[in-house]
Design a protein around this ligand. Structure first.
Ligand code: CA
Ligand code: CA
Ligand code: CA
Ligand code: CA
Length: 591
């Protein structure tokens, strides 16, 4: 007899139990309505541990998704998405608006012809895409795949020029939903979901529309998308933008409320640089060269965590594998300090102790590392104009393309000071200036969450490194409204041991000549990462209200990082690091 004809599912799969397994096929046929066919298979019970790993060629470099401890990162410091993917990789009905510099919808990983991009049903079919008529009467002509709110046209693509600026939106879109498990490139967090590209910049990625048009962009996103991801900010408060955010949270998703994720903004003192090296076969050394300019004055600079990466922009190489950290107060063997022009104490080891009388100090160590020591160039009093200090690596054999990666702090405040990284030949001559550090990169202590992330109805997303440390750039301060916290939660990003690998504009355009980039990060990266988690949660349960979605995100967060959580929150991390699988577990218990 039938024990239980149970678990009918929408896809016409039934789970049945029968005491006589031999007879199950004939009995099942007997009970089917006319015209229906039957196929069945045994359902063996066994212990399984799911860990779906997609076949994307660079998935192993996406430590923000699956952190195995790459290059010194902390295993597990990720959003635990591979476990969530066993339940859903995102549904195409769930749409993520990427409000940014435009999205490369011709990219093979975001291909609008292959269902990766939202299609406006009111502007598609029967030639409505290109008839020059606003067929759906929404105020936008032929808006079939998003809208450009800067140029006011229906082309949401970025500027196609070989520069990194326009590639920002393709990078954020890739983190959220690059096509996964397609044997190429990367996998997005919610790669089964679709992207709605909302362009809010000029082709160069540098100019932005009026507050009025920013408001229209957010309202448009709220009308068609389930999740809004905005990796921008810094302007003054605006009623147009505030009311659009309110509109998303109240009218979005058929009045269930669409989550408006905003990056908290980047600030502060330490930076990770990458400079390209292009060397003909030979022996070279690196020089970090700092010279006080003719107008005098200096300001402290500091240096830490020097690595050499392969041409692939990811693999750490000898001769200082994985990195020079100065830990224990030791200058590594073979490195040397040269002084000249009257300099007396530049490029010395420093343990982070505040030096009395200094008006400008690197106020914090490089938080992305467990490091205490760094190398620091600073001279008390008035260093003589023209005095210089050089920190030289040992000689090494190079041949071809490499990347030099290092962490740097500087507060050089005179425009004529020189702070460069150089490649020297065996005669000590400069054969290539790899790059210059920007003057005054240190920008004070304004760590406040930027607007619009700071707005009460926004969801502000900060960043955490791949070793669960505060990355120093991630803005976190509380809002002026004590009832509202500055930061909701954090997503894994750069300034630990690895940067963020995501999509680049396809081909020669964008940050590099390929389809993928390896040097992305900031809160710009953390925001679409968490927005992707939000899209996965809504793919699992589309009925959640905005508040339920926020609760699922919040209760899934891991309380990680190097500080104490009070009432569930930490100053630099909000509710903690987003975790897709834990949020799924929370929803299971909620529903
Ligand atoms: Ca229209
Ligand atoms: Ca039309
Ligand atoms: Ca892929
Ligand atoms: Ca490219």
């Amino acid at each position: 007899m039938w024990k239980v004809p149970c678990r009918p599912r929408q896809d016409n799969t039934w789970f049945v139990s029968y005491l006589d397994p031999i007879a199950i096929h004939s009995r099942a046929r007997d009970r089917l309505p006319d015209g229906k066919t039957w196929s069945g298979q045994a359902n063996f019970l066994h212990e399984v541990e799911f860990h779906f790993i997609p076949n994307d060629t660079q998935f192993g470099q996406q430590q923000y998704l699956h952190n195995t401890g790459q290059n010194g990162a902390v295993a597990g410091a990720d959003i635990q998405v591979e476990n969530a993917w066993d339940i859903t990789t995102g549904k195409p009905e769930v749409v993520i608006a990427i409000i940014d510099t435009g999205v490369d919808i011709d990219h093979p990983e975001l291909d609008f012809t292959k269902g990766k991009i939202f299609i406006n049903p009111g502007e598609s079919g029967s030639g409505r895409e290109t008839n020059g008529i606003d067929d759906d009467g929404n105020g936008y002509i032929d808006d079939v795949n998003g809208w450009d709110f800067y140029s006011q046209d229906n082309n949401p693509r970025p500027g196609l020029i070989p520069e990194a600026g326009p590639a920002h939106g393709t990078g954020t879109a890739g983190i959220a939903a690059a096509q996964g498990n397609n044997s190429q490139g990367v996998a997005g967090v919610a790669y089964g979901c679709r992207i709605l590209p909302i362009k809010i910049s000029s082709d160069g990625g540098t100019n932005f529309p009026s507050d009025f048009n920013l408001g229209r962009a957010i309202r448009y996103a709220a009308d068609y998308a389930d999740v809004l991801s905005s990796s921008w900010g810094g302007a003054a408060q605006s009623d147009a933008v505030n009311s659009a955010i309110d509109y998303a949270t109240t009218s979005g998703r058929n009045a269930k409320g669409a989550p408006p994720f905003f990056s908290s903004g980047n600030a502060k003192s330490w930076w990770v640089y990458r400079f390209p090296i292009n060397a003909a076969s030979g022996s070279y050394c690196l020089s970090f060269y700092f010279q006080v300019g003719p107008s005098g004055g200096g300001g402290p600079v500091a240096l830490d965590n020097i690595s050499l990466l392969a041409e692939d922009e990811y693999t750490y190489l000898e001769p200082f594998f994985p990195r020079v950290t100065f830990e224990g107060g030791i200058i590594p063997a073979g490195w040397s300090v040269l002084l000249g022009g009257g300099a007396t104490r530049d490029w010395a080891l420093w343990d982070g102790t505040v030096v009395p009388g200094e008006s400008y100090i690197p106020d914090k160590q490089f938080h992305g590392t467990p490091s205490t020591w760094c190398l620091r160039a600073w001279q008390p009093g008035s260093p003589p104009p023209g005095s210089w200090a050089e920190f030289r690596s040992p000689y090494m054999t190079l041949n071809g393309l490499y990347w030099l990666r290092f962490a740097e702090f500087n507060n050089i405040f005179t425009p004529d000071a020189v702070y460069q990284v150089r490649l020297l030949d065996t005669q000590g001559q400069v054969v290539q200036t790899l790059g210059s550090m920007k003057q005054g990169a240190y920008n004070g202590n304004d760590d406040r969450v930027q607007y619009p992330a700071i707005y009460a109805n926004s969801i502000a997303i900060g960043a955490i490194t791949d070793n669960d440390r505060y990355p120093n750039y991630s803005r976190y301060w509380l809002t002026l409204n004590p009832a509202v916290t500055g930061l909701f939660c954090v997503g894994p990003s750069n300034e630990g041991w690895n940067d963020v690998t995501t999509l680049d504009i396809a081909g020669q355009n964008g940050q590099n000549g390929g389809n993928v980039r390896h040097y992305f990060g900031g809160t710009s990266s953390a925001c679409p990462c968490v927005a992707g988690v939000g899209a996965l949660i809504l793919s699992k349960n589309s009925e959640l209200t905005l508040q339920q979605l926020k609760d699922a995100l919040k209760n899934g967060c891991e309380q990680v990082g190097d500080e104490t959580y009070v009432d569930g929150k930490a100053l630099h991390y909000g509710y903690g690091r987003a975790n897709a699988y834990r949020s799924f577990t929370v929803i299971r218990s909620q529903t």
